[in-house]
Design a protein around this ligand. Structure first.
Ligand code: PLP
Length: 400
Protein backbone atom coordinates (compact mmCIF):
# COMPACT_ATOMS: atom_id res chain seq x y z
CA UNK A 1 0.00 0.00 0.00
CA UNK A 2 1.22 3.47 -0.81
CA UNK A 3 -0.01 6.51 1.06
CA UNK A 4 -0.45 9.96 -0.38
CA UNK A 5 2.24 12.12 1.22
CA UNK A 6 -0.14 15.08 1.68
CA UNK A 7 -3.36 13.43 2.83
CA UNK A 8 -1.98 10.12 4.19
CA UNK A 9 -4.77 8.33 2.30
CA UNK A 10 -4.04 4.86 0.91
CA UNK A 11 -4.06 5.05 -2.88
CA UNK A 12 -5.15 2.31 -5.30
CA UNK A 13 -3.04 1.07 -8.21
CA UNK A 14 -4.84 3.03 -10.93
CA UNK A 15 -4.36 6.26 -8.96
CA UNK A 16 -0.71 5.48 -8.23
CA UNK A 17 0.26 4.95 -11.89
CA UNK A 18 -1.49 8.19 -12.85
CA UNK A 19 0.31 10.20 -10.15
CA UNK A 20 3.72 8.53 -10.23
CA UNK A 21 6.84 10.50 -11.17
CA UNK A 22 5.05 13.70 -12.18
CA UNK A 23 7.13 16.15 -10.15
CA UNK A 24 6.34 19.78 -11.12
CA UNK A 25 10.02 20.56 -11.79
CA UNK A 26 10.05 17.77 -14.41
CA UNK A 27 6.64 18.34 -16.01
CA UNK A 28 6.82 22.16 -16.06
CA UNK A 29 3.02 22.34 -16.02
CA UNK A 30 2.49 19.72 -18.75
CA UNK A 31 0.43 16.68 -17.72
CA UNK A 32 2.75 13.87 -18.81
CA UNK A 33 6.48 14.66 -18.50
CA UNK A 34 7.62 15.89 -21.93
CA UNK A 35 10.61 14.63 -23.90
CA UNK A 36 13.83 16.34 -22.84
CA UNK A 37 16.43 15.35 -25.47
CA UNK A 38 20.06 16.13 -24.70
CA UNK A 39 23.68 15.23 -25.13
CA UNK A 40 25.46 18.45 -24.15
CA UNK A 41 24.39 20.35 -21.06
CA UNK A 42 25.73 23.93 -20.97
CA UNK A 43 27.31 25.52 -17.91
CA UNK A 44 27.55 29.21 -17.04
CA UNK A 45 31.29 29.27 -16.43
CA UNK A 46 34.29 27.07 -15.79
CA UNK A 47 33.64 27.45 -12.09
CA UNK A 48 30.08 26.15 -12.64
CA UNK A 49 31.37 23.23 -14.77
CA UNK A 50 33.94 22.28 -12.11
CA UNK A 51 31.41 22.55 -9.29
CA UNK A 52 29.02 20.18 -11.11
CA UNK A 53 31.76 17.63 -11.85
CA UNK A 54 32.20 16.89 -8.16
CA UNK A 55 28.50 16.68 -7.30
CA UNK A 56 26.16 13.72 -7.22
CA UNK A 57 24.42 13.82 -10.62
CA UNK A 58 21.26 12.07 -9.37
CA UNK A 59 18.34 14.20 -10.65
CA UNK A 60 20.75 16.93 -11.82
CA UNK A 61 21.49 17.83 -15.46
CA UNK A 62 25.14 16.97 -16.14
CA UNK A 63 25.50 15.25 -19.53
CA UNK A 64 22.89 13.46 -21.68
CA UNK A 65 24.12 10.02 -20.74
CA UNK A 66 23.18 10.71 -17.10
CA UNK A 67 19.61 11.37 -18.20
CA UNK A 68 17.13 14.23 -18.24
CA UNK A 69 13.84 14.77 -16.39
CA UNK A 70 12.13 12.46 -18.91
CA UNK A 71 14.09 9.43 -17.72
CA UNK A 72 14.19 10.56 -14.07
CA UNK A 73 10.43 10.83 -14.01
CA UNK A 74 9.82 7.30 -15.28
CA UNK A 75 12.52 5.88 -13.00
CA UNK A 76 11.01 7.73 -10.03
CA UNK A 77 7.55 6.46 -10.96
CA UNK A 78 8.73 2.84 -11.03
CA UNK A 79 10.46 3.31 -7.66
CA UNK A 80 7.25 4.68 -6.14
CA UNK A 81 5.37 1.54 -7.26
CA UNK A 82 7.76 -0.61 -5.17
CA UNK A 83 7.19 0.22 -1.48
CA UNK A 84 10.51 0.21 0.38
CA UNK A 85 12.66 0.63 -2.76
CA UNK A 86 15.62 3.02 -2.93
CA UNK A 87 15.76 3.94 -6.64
CA UNK A 88 15.48 2.70 -10.24
CA UNK A 89 17.84 2.70 -13.23
CA UNK A 90 16.46 2.53 -16.79
CA UNK A 91 17.96 0.58 -19.70
CA UNK A 92 17.40 0.41 -23.46
CA UNK A 93 15.92 -3.12 -23.12
CA UNK A 94 14.98 -5.74 -20.56
CA UNK A 95 18.00 -7.83 -21.51
CA UNK A 96 20.30 -4.83 -20.92
CA UNK A 97 18.71 -4.41 -17.48
CA UNK A 98 19.38 -8.06 -16.60
CA UNK A 99 23.04 -7.81 -17.69
CA UNK A 100 23.69 -4.66 -15.67
CA UNK A 101 21.99 -6.08 -12.58
CA UNK A 102 24.02 -9.31 -12.74
CA UNK A 103 27.31 -7.48 -13.36
CA UNK A 104 26.65 -5.12 -10.46
CA UNK A 105 26.53 -8.08 -8.09
CA UNK A 106 28.91 -10.75 -9.43
CA UNK A 107 32.73 -10.90 -9.61
CA UNK A 108 35.16 -13.51 -11.00
CA UNK A 109 35.06 -16.68 -8.90
CA UNK A 110 31.46 -16.15 -7.82
CA UNK A 111 28.66 -18.62 -8.43
CA UNK A 112 25.15 -17.68 -9.51
CA UNK A 113 22.08 -19.83 -8.81
CA UNK A 114 19.77 -19.34 -11.80
CA UNK A 115 16.22 -20.66 -12.06
CA UNK A 116 15.86 -23.28 -14.80
CA UNK A 117 12.71 -21.59 -16.15
CA UNK A 118 14.48 -18.25 -16.77
CA UNK A 119 13.97 -16.28 -19.97
CA UNK A 120 16.30 -17.85 -22.54
CA UNK A 121 18.52 -14.78 -23.13
CA UNK A 122 19.10 -14.65 -19.33
CA UNK A 123 20.46 -18.20 -19.56
CA UNK A 124 22.54 -17.05 -22.52
CA UNK A 125 24.15 -14.30 -20.42
CA UNK A 126 25.00 -16.81 -17.70
CA UNK A 127 26.45 -19.37 -20.11
CA UNK A 128 28.43 -16.92 -22.24
CA UNK A 129 28.95 -13.43 -20.80
CA UNK A 130 29.29 -14.42 -17.13
CA UNK A 131 31.24 -17.57 -17.96
CA UNK A 132 33.86 -15.55 -19.88
CA UNK A 133 34.37 -13.43 -16.78
CA UNK A 134 34.95 -16.45 -14.56
CA UNK A 135 31.47 -16.55 -12.98
CA UNK A 136 29.88 -19.99 -12.80
CA UNK A 137 26.16 -20.80 -12.84
CA UNK A 138 24.11 -23.60 -11.30
CA UNK A 139 20.58 -24.00 -12.56
CA UNK A 140 17.87 -24.91 -10.07
CA UNK A 141 14.33 -26.30 -10.19
CA UNK A 142 11.80 -23.41 -10.05
CA UNK A 143 9.84 -25.40 -7.42
CA UNK A 144 12.88 -25.89 -5.14
CA UNK A 145 11.70 -23.42 -2.46
CA UNK A 146 13.65 -23.62 0.84
CA UNK A 147 15.56 -26.59 -0.63
CA UNK A 148 17.77 -24.05 -2.39
CA UNK A 149 19.81 -23.96 0.84
CA UNK A 150 21.34 -27.32 -0.23
CA UNK A 151 22.76 -25.73 -3.41
CA UNK A 152 24.51 -22.84 -1.68
CA UNK A 153 28.28 -23.34 -1.76
CA UNK A 154 31.25 -21.29 -0.51
CA UNK A 155 31.36 -19.19 -3.72
CA UNK A 156 27.61 -18.65 -4.15
CA UNK A 157 26.97 -14.93 -4.32
CA UNK A 158 23.48 -14.44 -5.77
CA UNK A 159 20.17 -16.11 -6.61
CA UNK A 160 18.28 -15.12 -9.75
CA UNK A 161 14.52 -15.79 -9.77
CA UNK A 162 11.83 -15.41 -12.39
CA UNK A 163 8.29 -16.03 -11.18
CA UNK A 164 6.33 -17.27 -12.97
CA UNK A 165 8.96 -18.71 -15.30
CA UNK A 166 9.13 -18.10 -19.03
CA UNK A 167 7.18 -20.55 -21.26
CA UNK A 168 6.23 -22.99 -18.47
CA UNK A 169 4.95 -20.56 -15.77
CA UNK A 170 6.06 -22.36 -12.59
CA UNK A 171 5.47 -19.97 -9.69
CA UNK A 172 8.37 -19.84 -7.22
CA UNK A 173 8.21 -19.78 -3.42
CA UNK A 174 9.89 -16.36 -3.33
CA UNK A 175 9.64 -15.82 0.48
CA UNK A 176 11.30 -19.20 1.19
CA UNK A 177 14.17 -18.45 -1.21
CA UNK A 178 14.56 -14.90 0.11
CA UNK A 179 14.77 -16.28 3.67
CA UNK A 180 17.63 -18.60 2.68
CA UNK A 181 19.40 -15.75 0.83
CA UNK A 182 19.15 -13.41 3.81
CA UNK A 183 20.46 -16.09 6.16
CA UNK A 184 23.44 -16.79 3.88
CA UNK A 185 24.17 -13.18 2.88
CA UNK A 186 23.27 -13.69 -0.81
CA UNK A 187 21.80 -11.08 -3.14
CA UNK A 188 18.45 -11.88 -4.78
CA UNK A 189 17.47 -10.70 -8.27
CA UNK A 190 13.96 -11.23 -9.65
CA UNK A 191 12.68 -10.87 -13.20
CA UNK A 192 9.22 -9.49 -12.31
CA UNK A 193 8.08 -8.71 -15.86
CA UNK A 194 4.97 -10.93 -15.77
CA UNK A 195 3.47 -9.60 -12.54
CA UNK A 196 4.80 -6.01 -12.52
CA UNK A 197 5.01 -4.29 -9.10
CA UNK A 198 1.20 -3.98 -9.13
CA UNK A 199 0.66 -7.74 -8.82
CA UNK A 200 3.90 -8.57 -6.98
CA UNK A 201 5.63 -5.81 -4.97
CA UNK A 202 9.03 -7.47 -5.04
CA UNK A 203 11.04 -5.17 -2.78
CA UNK A 204 8.39 -5.51 -0.05
CA UNK A 205 8.79 -9.30 -0.41
CA UNK A 206 12.52 -9.00 0.36
CA UNK A 207 14.02 -9.04 -3.17
CA UNK A 208 17.18 -6.90 -3.55
CA UNK A 209 17.05 -6.08 -7.26
CA UNK A 210 13.78 -6.35 -9.20
CA UNK A 211 13.92 -6.27 -12.98
CA UNK A 212 11.27 -5.38 -15.57
CA UNK A 213 11.29 -5.77 -19.31
CA UNK A 214 9.38 -2.47 -19.43
CA UNK A 215 9.04 -3.24 -23.14
CA UNK A 216 6.07 -5.37 -22.04
CA UNK A 217 3.40 -3.93 -19.71
CA UNK A 218 4.95 -0.53 -18.94
CA UNK A 219 5.25 0.52 -22.60
CA UNK A 220 2.18 -1.59 -23.33
CA UNK A 221 1.83 -0.82 -27.04
CA UNK A 222 4.54 -2.94 -28.73
CA UNK A 223 6.29 0.16 -30.03
CA UNK A 224 9.40 0.67 -27.84
CA UNK A 225 12.12 -1.28 -26.01
CA UNK A 226 12.87 -0.45 -22.37
CA UNK A 227 14.13 -2.11 -19.19
CA UNK A 228 14.40 -1.20 -15.52
CA UNK A 229 16.04 -2.37 -12.32
CA UNK A 230 14.62 -1.18 -9.00
CA UNK A 231 16.91 -1.60 -6.01
CA UNK A 232 16.28 -2.19 -2.31
CA UNK A 233 18.12 0.17 0.09
CA UNK A 234 21.88 -0.40 -0.08
CA UNK A 235 21.89 -1.89 -3.59
CA UNK A 236 21.42 1.14 -5.82
CA UNK A 237 24.91 2.70 -5.65
CA UNK A 238 26.62 -0.39 -7.12
CA UNK A 239 23.90 -0.80 -9.73
CA UNK A 240 24.19 2.83 -10.84
CA UNK A 241 27.97 2.71 -10.85
CA UNK A 242 28.04 -0.43 -13.05
CA UNK A 243 25.36 1.00 -15.35
CA UNK A 244 27.35 4.22 -15.81
CA UNK A 245 30.50 2.22 -16.57
CA UNK A 246 28.59 0.23 -19.17
CA UNK A 247 27.39 3.51 -20.68
CA UNK A 248 23.76 2.52 -20.28
CA UNK A 249 21.10 5.10 -21.03
CA UNK A 250 17.47 4.65 -22.07
CA UNK A 251 16.53 7.17 -24.77
CA UNK A 252 14.32 10.08 -23.71
CA UNK A 253 11.83 9.26 -26.48
CA UNK A 254 11.45 5.63 -25.41
CA UNK A 255 11.30 6.65 -21.75
CA UNK A 256 8.50 9.04 -22.65
CA UNK A 257 6.62 6.19 -24.34
CA UNK A 258 7.15 4.18 -21.14
CA UNK A 259 5.86 7.04 -19.02
CA UNK A 260 2.82 7.44 -21.29
CA UNK A 261 2.12 3.70 -21.22
CA UNK A 262 2.43 3.57 -17.44
CA UNK A 263 -0.61 5.86 -16.93
CA UNK A 264 -2.94 3.13 -18.22
CA UNK A 265 -1.06 0.11 -16.91
CA UNK A 266 -3.49 -0.66 -14.08
CA UNK A 267 -6.60 -0.59 -16.29
CA UNK A 268 -4.84 -2.50 -19.05
CA UNK A 269 -3.64 -5.16 -16.61
CA UNK A 270 -7.16 -5.54 -15.21
CA UNK A 271 -8.46 -6.28 -18.72
CA UNK A 272 -5.51 -8.57 -19.63
CA UNK A 273 -6.23 -10.43 -16.38
CA UNK A 274 -9.98 -10.84 -16.95
CA UNK A 275 -9.70 -11.91 -20.60
CA UNK A 276 -6.75 -14.25 -20.02
CA UNK A 277 -8.58 -15.98 -17.15
CA UNK A 278 -11.74 -16.40 -19.23
CA UNK A 279 -9.76 -17.88 -22.11
CA UNK A 280 -7.58 -20.07 -19.86
CA UNK A 281 -10.71 -21.56 -18.22
CA UNK A 282 -12.31 -22.11 -21.62
CA UNK A 283 -9.19 -23.91 -22.86
CA UNK A 284 -9.03 -26.04 -19.68
CA UNK A 285 -12.44 -27.50 -20.55
CA UNK A 286 -11.48 -28.45 -24.12
CA UNK A 287 -10.65 -32.08 -25.00
CA UNK A 288 -7.75 -30.95 -27.25
CA UNK A 289 -6.03 -29.37 -24.22
CA UNK A 290 -4.17 -31.53 -21.68
CA UNK A 291 -3.09 -28.79 -19.23
CA UNK A 292 -3.29 -25.03 -18.86
CA UNK A 293 -0.15 -23.41 -17.43
CA UNK A 294 -1.73 -20.26 -16.02
CA UNK A 295 -0.53 -19.29 -12.50
CA UNK A 296 -4.09 -18.53 -11.31
CA UNK A 297 -5.31 -22.06 -12.17
CA UNK A 298 -4.57 -25.06 -9.91
CA UNK A 299 -3.22 -26.95 -12.96
CA UNK A 300 -0.14 -24.68 -12.95
CA UNK A 301 2.86 -25.87 -10.89
CA UNK A 302 3.38 -23.49 -7.96
CA UNK A 303 -0.23 -22.19 -8.14
CA UNK A 304 -0.37 -22.25 -4.32
CA UNK A 305 2.43 -19.64 -4.17
CA UNK A 306 0.60 -17.47 -6.68
CA UNK A 307 -2.55 -17.68 -4.53
CA UNK A 308 -0.59 -16.80 -1.39
CA UNK A 309 1.73 -14.04 -2.69
CA UNK A 310 0.30 -12.35 -5.79
CA UNK A 311 -2.40 -9.67 -6.08
CA UNK A 312 -3.41 -10.66 -9.59
CA UNK A 313 -2.51 -12.42 -12.82
CA UNK A 314 -1.58 -10.91 -16.15
CA UNK A 315 -2.23 -11.82 -19.77
CA UNK A 316 0.48 -14.37 -20.64
CA UNK A 317 0.18 -18.15 -20.21
CA UNK A 318 0.76 -21.44 -22.02
CA UNK A 319 -1.32 -24.51 -22.67
CA UNK A 320 -0.32 -28.09 -23.41
CA UNK A 321 -1.98 -29.84 -26.32
CA UNK A 322 -3.40 -33.30 -25.80
CA UNK A 323 -0.92 -35.18 -27.98
CA UNK A 324 -0.23 -34.07 -31.50
CA UNK A 325 3.05 -33.10 -33.04
CA UNK A 326 4.87 -30.06 -34.37
CA UNK A 327 2.78 -30.11 -37.56
CA UNK A 328 -0.57 -30.20 -35.75
CA UNK A 329 0.53 -27.36 -33.47
CA UNK A 330 1.60 -25.31 -36.49
CA UNK A 331 -1.81 -25.95 -38.09
CA UNK A 332 -3.45 -24.49 -34.96
CA UNK A 333 -1.27 -21.38 -34.72
CA UNK A 334 -1.18 -20.72 -38.48
CA UNK A 335 -4.98 -20.85 -38.70
CA UNK A 336 -5.50 -18.13 -36.07
CA UNK A 337 -6.70 -14.82 -37.43
CA UNK A 338 -6.68 -12.43 -34.44
CA UNK A 339 -3.49 -13.78 -32.84
CA UNK A 340 -0.25 -12.55 -34.40
CA UNK A 341 2.81 -14.78 -34.49
CA UNK A 342 5.75 -12.99 -32.92
CA UNK A 343 8.03 -12.50 -29.94
CA UNK A 344 7.51 -10.18 -27.02
CA UNK A 345 4.18 -9.53 -25.32
CA UNK A 346 2.42 -7.03 -23.05
CA UNK A 347 1.01 -4.95 -25.91
CA UNK A 348 -2.65 -4.37 -26.79
CA UNK A 349 -2.70 -7.15 -29.40
CA UNK A 350 -2.91 -10.91 -28.92
CA UNK A 351 -0.06 -13.23 -29.90
CA UNK A 352 0.54 -16.98 -30.14
CA UNK A 353 3.89 -18.77 -30.42
CA UNK A 354 5.08 -22.38 -30.12
CA UNK A 355 6.94 -22.92 -26.81
CA UNK A 356 9.62 -25.61 -26.60
CA UNK A 357 11.04 -25.75 -23.06
CA UNK A 358 12.62 -29.17 -23.68
CA UNK A 359 15.20 -27.51 -25.96
CA UNK A 360 16.30 -25.20 -23.16
CA UNK A 361 15.86 -26.78 -19.73
CA UNK A 362 18.67 -28.66 -17.99
CA UNK A 363 18.08 -28.85 -14.21
CA UNK A 364 14.37 -29.64 -14.06
CA UNK A 365 13.02 -30.88 -17.39
CA UNK A 366 9.31 -31.80 -17.29
CA UNK A 367 7.25 -34.20 -19.35
CA UNK A 368 4.24 -32.69 -21.06
CA UNK A 369 1.43 -34.60 -22.77
CA UNK A 370 1.98 -32.74 -26.06
CA UNK A 371 3.42 -29.59 -27.58
CA UNK A 372 3.02 -26.21 -25.82
CA UNK A 373 1.49 -23.01 -27.16
CA UNK A 374 2.12 -19.68 -25.43
CA UNK A 375 -0.59 -17.03 -25.65
CA UNK A 376 -0.43 -13.31 -24.97
CA UNK A 377 -4.02 -12.17 -24.46
CA UNK A 378 -4.45 -8.62 -25.69
CA UNK A 379 -7.24 -6.11 -25.28
CA UNK A 380 -9.57 -7.44 -27.98
CA UNK A 381 -13.00 -8.82 -26.94
CA UNK A 382 -12.43 -12.16 -25.22
CA UNK A 383 -15.37 -13.70 -27.10
CA UNK A 384 -13.70 -12.94 -30.43
CA UNK A 385 -10.44 -14.49 -29.24
CA UNK A 386 -12.27 -17.63 -28.04
CA UNK A 387 -13.99 -17.98 -31.44
CA UNK A 388 -10.59 -17.68 -33.11
CA UNK A 389 -9.10 -20.35 -30.81
CA UNK A 390 -12.08 -22.64 -31.47
CA UNK A 391 -11.28 -22.39 -35.16
CA UNK A 392 -7.59 -23.08 -34.37
CA UNK A 393 -8.42 -26.21 -32.33
CA UNK A 394 -10.52 -27.50 -35.23
CA UNK A 395 -7.47 -27.06 -37.52
CA UNK A 396 -5.38 -28.90 -34.89
CA UNK A 397 -7.86 -31.83 -34.83
CA UNK A 398 -7.88 -31.99 -38.62
CA UNK A 399 -4.07 -32.22 -38.64
CA UNK A 400 -3.86 -35.07 -36.11
C1 PLP B 1 10.88 -9.98 -22.98
C2 PLP B 1 11.46 -10.42 -21.69
C3 PLP B 1 12.70 -9.94 -21.29
C4 PLP B 1 13.58 -9.08 -22.16
O1 PLP B 1 13.07 -7.84 -22.43
P1 PLP B 1 13.48 -7.04 -23.76
O2 PLP B 1 13.01 -5.68 -23.50
O3 PLP B 1 12.81 -7.74 -24.90
O4 PLP B 1 14.99 -7.12 -23.88
C5 PLP B 1 13.16 -10.30 -20.03
N1 PLP B 1 12.44 -11.13 -19.24
C6 PLP B 1 11.26 -11.62 -19.61
C7 PLP B 1 10.53 -12.51 -18.68
C8 PLP B 1 10.72 -11.29 -20.85
O5 PLP B 1 9.55 -11.83 -21.22
Amino acid sequence: MTRDTKTDRVLGDATRVVQAGRRPEWTQGIVNPPVWRASTVLYDSIADLRANAGRDTHHRLYYGRRGTPTQWSLADALTSLEPGAEATFLYPSGVAAIAAALLSVLSPGDELLLVDSAYDPTRGQAMQLLKRFGITTRFYDPLIGAGIADLVGPNTRAIFLESPGSLTFEVQDVPAIVAVAKRQGLTTLLDNTWATPLFFPAIEKGIDLTILAATKYVVGHSDAMLGSVTAAPGHFARLRDMSFQLGQVASPDDSWLGSRGLRTMAVRLAQHQASALEIARWLAARPEVAQVLHPALPSCPGHEYWARDFKGSSGLFSFVLNGGDERARAALIDSLDLFGIGYSWGGFESLAIPADPARIRTAAPRDYAGPLVRLQIGLEDAGDLIADLEHGLAAFRAAL
